[in-house]
Design a protein around this ligand. Structure first.
Ligand SMILES: Nc1ncnc2c1ncn2[C@@H]1O[C@H](COP(=O)(O)OP(=O)(O)O)[C@@H](O)[C@H]1O
Ligand SMILES: [Mg+2]
Length: 476
């Protein structure tokens, strides 16, 4: 196979394997989860946490940072601040730090006001009573005022408001696949696909590296055709396609031209102010696309995409090069978007926030799944172990609707119990915040035991649920 045809993830995986096989004292990882599939990210998390050597990571994968690091260094306004803890803990501390800084600033502002008023007052008295003493006091106070070490108001981050407006809505049926298969000559990536995409669906496409996610999105975008079967494309679709490799951006033109091209008759000022909304100001708009950083390219690409006012977004790993702030702006925009979205991502925060449905490449086809990502990928190893003991499905069972119904009732029942237990766990954990509990050793112990027991029950229920859900999916 030509290296050129390796998927983005396959390339990263080869690179990572080469690095980890060599001896090292310190591991430096610059955006290691870019292009890695979720399963590999879980694997890397486990690898890093069991490793006894230090590592330094640059990453915008919030979930990954939560599971791997114990210290965060943030570069902001030309200084580095450090925080102990993982990403979530850093966010909390940062929030507190900013609030404290703002409070200190306001307090200080009041004090300064008071001092200034007092200085004026001394002067007024000084003049009225012709008293040198008052002027001396004013001077002294002025000196003290000059010595006050000033706190600044924390700089508010420049928020970028992305807004995916649609020009018109699409029909209700966006895509229908019947017995479809797709792939490359001699390499069918998935077959027997029977799925539908409806207006306003928000679907995440999941699967390991190289399974065919990008190829599937290309199929939706009409870049390739199915190998067999049917697909029906709905009416009035304005497709906005964000490709993983940013090939849709023309490297040979400038930032300015990229947008101007879309509206050649618009005045220059329009393009300037449009680009400013996406953080491109001053000389930046004259930069050639080829010299932009990955993040800048991604931002420009989004600006271009939004300008086209699509009603069907096909997004292939859109968060890869974005920083965490930009990812959260994109999340906000996509949550408000009133069209249809099909996307590939391995950013677990992003997926859980945006996706209302998950489709996964599995056993040579694409299937729906309602499982949470942690359950889907983390417990896979356990499932593999159990699989050998499980009875094989017979053709008979596959078509038997009564068995399906029974299974689905079981799944519903277990889900209900699980929800109940989780609620109970929440109430128990809240108990810890009560002084009459945390001041009493015995009560703490019995509560801890209680919580342990419930956690075990929850874990067992989750495993059961996974197994039944898998069985159900196999039978569909
Ligand atoms: N133009 C091509 N010709 C032949 N094989 C390809 C081509 N493009 C990609 N492939 C192969 O098809 C598989 C799926 O690729 P892709 O859809 O990019 O995977 P991913 O799920 O990681 O996005 C990979 O094994 C890749 O090497
Ligand atoms: Mg891909």
């Amino acid at each position: 196979m030509k290296i050129r045809n390796f998927s983005g993830g396959e390339k990263t995986r080869i690179q990572l394997a080469t690095i980890l096989l060599q001896p090292f004292d310190l591991l430096l990882l610059d955006e290691p989860t870019n292009h890695l599939d979720i399963e590999m990210i879980y694997w890397l998390e486990k690898y890093l946490s069991s490793m006894d050597k230090p590592y330094l990571i640059i990453s915008h994968d919030r979930h990954f940072l939560d599971n791997t690091v114990t210290k965060i260094a943030e570069i902001r306004n030309y200084t580095i601040d450090t925080y102990s803890g993982n990403y979530s803990q850093y966010r909390e501390q940062l929030q507190m730090r900013l609030e404290l800084q703002e409070k200190t600033f306001r307090k200080q502002q009041k004090k300064i006001d008071r001092m200034e008023k007092q200085i004026d007052q001394y002067r007024i008295w000084g003049r009225a009573r012709d008293s040198e003493k008052m002027f001396v006091r004013a001077k002294e106070l002025e000196k003290r005022l000059g010595k006050v070490e000033k706190t600044n108001l924390p700089k508010k981050e420049k928020k970028i408001k992305l807004n995916f407006e649609t020009e018109k809505r699409s029909g209700n049926d966006v895509y229908t696949f019947e017995n479809m298969s797709f792939g490359f000559p001699g390499n069918t990536l998935a077959s027997n696909i029977n799925m539908r995409i409806f207006y306003q669906n928000k679907i995440a496409i999941l699967g390991t590296n190289g399974c065919g996610k990008t190829t599937f999105l290309k199929l939706l975008n009409g870049k390739i055709l199915p190998q067999s079967g049917n697909f029906k494309k709905g009416a009035s679709l304005d497709i906005g396609y964000y490709d993983q490799m940013h090939l849709e951006l023309d490297d040979s033109i400038t930032v300015m031209q990229t947008i101007w091209q879309l509206v050649p008759l618009a005045p220059k000022g329009y393009v300037f102010s449009y680009l400013a909304k996406y953080g491109f100001t001053g000389d930046e708009v004259e930069k050639q696309v080829s010299v932009l950083s990955g993040g800048e390219k991604a931002r420009l690409y989004l600006a271009k995409l939004i300008h086209e006012k699509p009603n069907f977004l096909i997004l292939d790993e859109p968060t890869n090069h974005l920083d965490i702030n930009m990812i959260s702006y994109l999340e906000d925009a996509l949550m408000e978007f009133d069209g249809t979205i099909v996307f590939v991502s391995h950013d677990r925060y992003f997926i859980e926030k945006i996706a209302e449905k998950k489709w996964i490449f599995n056993s040579g086809t694409i299937k729906k799944t309602s499982q949470k990502l942690d359950d889907l990928f983390f417990q896979k190893e356990k499932k593999k172990k159990n699989e050998n003991n499980k009875p094989k499905n017979t053709e008979n069972r596959k078509t038997n609707p009564i068995i399906l119904k029974k299974l689905s009732t079981k799944i519903d029942k277990i889900s209900d119990i699980l929800d109940f237990k989780i609620e109970k766990l929440d109430t128990l954990e809240l108990e810890f915040s009560k002084p009459e509990i945390y001041n009493n050793q015995q009560k703490v112990k019995s509560l801890t035991d209680n919580i342990k027991g419930i956690n075990k029950e929850i874990e067992d229920l989750r495993n059961q649920l996974n197994e039944f859900e898998n069985e159900y999916l196999e039978l569909l």
